[in-house]
Design a protein around this ligand. Structure first.
Ligand code: F6P
Length: 386
């Protein structure tokens, strides 16, 4: 008979998002309640596993955190155990610390590691699985770009914040007869821009998957004005770029597996629109605001379902899986199938098709079939990150 699972570890890796605490709560409660399993939490994602920093997680520790944003464990998007940054003489060197992670895991007598994170955390976890650590992944990110699940938790909360912001921008746009650009995060995927643009009643939506044509954008603004609308709202994904042009990089973080941080493309678009139409523009970049605050009820439910299912998988010894949502059902997919892939908007995406039917401008150049407008929005170096 297989040995009973007694003690598991959990960590939250990558950029934070609303709902992480809801998953932690669900994991600890299900582990104790259904199976009598003890849980310890590693501090700051894989950094804590490599450096042996952790704390016990009791029922009491996860009490009152369901609605709290962020993560009580802390997180890091620079802590890939296979490419771990270590400061040496004021310069970073990158070491494979995965064996230290395995040693710490074994020394604590753990039976499994539940890793809550995005694509970088799943890639690292797939690597840990290959080193013999039983893992279960739980997908999070406001970007909603994780391969293998229809939705990640955190997305709905960020979408709600973005939609509220776009609603508010409408009134000032109207009063001043301006073109207002609202830039949202999302990295190389346009889900947040597309969904918030549609939900917030944006007029023009620019996503990384479709390099935009500035003429098409200006024509849409002018057509609206000719029809009597005295303002336009443009929702811009931070990974948007012009046809034949590059991503707008705000900064680089050398220690991060994907060093690029995007942001600021809206300022370039605004300057071009003003130059070509003479209409005044203003830019609002929502940035990390989208990662903050309490999770929506939809995210609390999804995070809870993911956390509960992750523990069931562990108890049944169904390791090396990532929990996922398919339609309305919670399922799982081998974690090795997820690593190194991103889920981006395609011409078949429902909401993309709906945006076209609504007559919204998606920055598409005239005369070229829509399928041919889509381009790989992911730079080769950025297939995964921590
Ligand atoms: O992946 C989540 C995300 O918020 C992206 O949307 C954004 O590009 C990136 O993380 C920002 O990372 P950081 O917190 O390092 O600035």
């Amino acid at each position: 008979m297989a040995k009973r699972i007694k003690r598991i570890g959990v960590l939250t890796g990558g950029g934070d998002c609303p709902g992480l605490n809801a998953v932690l709560r669900a994991i600890v409660r299900t582990a104790k309640n259904d199976y009598g399993i003890d849980v310890i939490g590693f501090i700051d994602g894989y950094e804590g596993l490599v450096e042996g920093r952790y704390r016990e997680l009791s029922y009491k520790d996860v009490s009152g955190i369901l609605a709290r944003g962020g993560t009580i464990l802390g997180t890091s998007n620079r802590a890939d155990p296979f490419h771990f940054p270590v400061l040496e003489h004021e310069d970073y060197v990158y070491l494979d610390r995965s064996s230290a992670a395995v040693r710490n895991f074994e020394a604590l007598g753990l039976d499994c590691l539940i890793a809550i994170g995005g694509d970088g955390t799943m890639a690292a976890s797939a690597g840990m699985a290959e080193k013999g650590i039983p893992v279960v992944g739980v997908p999070k990110t406001i970007d909603n770009d994780l391969y293998g699940t229809d939705v990640t938790f955190g997305f709905d909360s960020a979408l709600t914040t973005a939609t509220e912001a776009i609603d508010k921008i409408h009134t000032t746009a109207q009063s001043h007869h301006r073109v207002m650009l609202v830039e949202v995060m999302g990295r190389y995927a346009g889900w947040l821009a597309l969904f918030s643009g549609v939900a917030g009643g944006g007029d023009i939506i620019l996503i990384p998957e479709i390099p935009y044509d500035i003429e098409a954008i200006c024509n849409a603004v002018k057509t609206r004005n000719a029809r009597g609308a005295t303002f336009s709202i443009i929702v811009v994904g931070e990974g948007a770029r012009p046809e034949g042009g590059d991503l707008t990089v705000q900064r680089t973080v050398q220690t991060s597996p994907d060093a690029i941080r995007l942001g600021g493309i809206s300022h370039k678009i605004a300057a071009q629109i003003e130059g070509l139409t003479n209409i005044e523009c203003r830019v609002t970049i929502l940035g990390h605001l989208l990662r903050g605050g309490a999770p929506t009820s939809a995210d609390r439910i999804l995070a809870t379902r993911f956390g509960v299912h992750a523990v069931h998988l562990v108890a049944n010894r169904e390791f090396d899986q990532m929990v996922s949502l398919h339609g309305n059902s919670i399922a799982s997919i081998p974690i090795g199938d997820v690593a190194g892939k991103l889920r981006v908007v395609t011409p078949e995406s429902d909401v993309f098709k709906a945006a076209l039917s609504l007559g919204l401008c998606l920055g598409i150049a005239e005369g070229i079939p829509i399928d041919e407008q889509f381009a790989d929005s992911t730079p080769q170096h950025s297939k995964t990150r921590g």
